[in-house]
Design a protein around this ligand. Structure first.
Ligand code: AP5
Ligand code: ZN
Length: 214
């Protein structure tokens, strides 16, 4: 199964990806996690991406399309994949089409901007795995520690409120057009399109996704 998770920053894409990977036995491809790994490793790509990400802007289509192309070609993607944070511009969606990469389901998680700003201040992440928590809504078993490894959780560099607002503006301008794009594709029978309310509890959103994809 090939799935795209679409939604604003903080809508819960990474959170829902955690259960979907397991349930459907497919890898999560998070371009944000890949870029953060490059930053941590200090690669030239990481150095370039860091400035852009810290400013809440998008990394160039050329770089991102190259990264995803390479990742999708790996063996574990043969059975399908879950795209989280890609595509997020029309050229990225077109590049998928031009490369003959079709998708089965597009799942849009809908959350209003003000709710997102509130959420982001409580987000904590495990840098090694990309696992996502929230101090109130999705707390780890031990405060400040990852459930699986016990390692420290951190606050993402781009979760400061002014940067979150910038990312939301970029989302509305550059990523929102993909809603029409994939709804039109659904009308043409190319993929299924599902929108769901992302303000419900994490487990309820998961249950709805499982129903929609059943
Ligand atoms: P990326 O890492 O993709 O960030 P994003 O899209 O902005 O999304 P987030 O990871 O912030 O949110 P999410 O939807 O995964 O929410 P989460 O599950 O964590 O990208 C970062 C940057 O990299 C971009 O700004 C850009 O610079 C660059 N980049 C990445 N991909 C790119 C691309 N394709 N092209 C160009 N540039 C790219 O949840 C958020 C919080 O809410 C958590 O604390 C969580 O616990 C909590 N939460 C989740 N669900 C619920 C719920 N139902 N109720 C209450 N709380 C909840
Ligand atoms: Zn994420």
């Amino acid at each position: 199964m090939r799935i795209i998770l679409l939604g604003a920053p903080g809508a819960g894409k990474g959170t829902q990806a955690q259960f979907m990977m397991e349930k459907y036995g497919i890898p999560q491809i998070s371009t944000g996690d890949m870029l953060r790994a490059a930053i941590k490793a200090g690669t030239p790509l990481g150095l370039e991406a860091k400035k852009v990400m810290d400013a809440g802007q998008l990394v160039s289509d050329e770089i991102i399309i190259g990264l995803v192309k390479e990742r999708i070609a790996q063996d574990d993607c043969a059975k399908g994949f879950l795209l989280d944070g890609f595509p997020r511009t029309l050229p990225q969606a077109d590049a998928m089409k031009e490369n003959g990469v079709s998708v089965d389901h597009v799942v849009e998680i809908d959350v209003a901007d003000e709710e997102i700003v509130k959420r982001m201040s409580g987000r904590r992440v495990h840098p090694g795995s990309g696992r996502v928590y929230h101090v109130v809504y999705n707390p780890p078993k031990a405060e400040g520690k990852d459930d699986v490894t016990g390692e420290d959780l951190v606050i993402r560099a781009d979760d400061e409120e002014t940067t979150v607002r910038k990312r939301l503006a970029v989302y509305h301008e550059q990523t929102k057009p993909l809603v029409d794009y994939y709804q039109d594709a659904a009308k043409a029978g190319l993929n299924k399109y599902h929108r769901l309310d992302g303000t419900e509890a994490v487990a309820d959103v998961s249950a709805k996704i499982a129903d929609l994809l059943a």
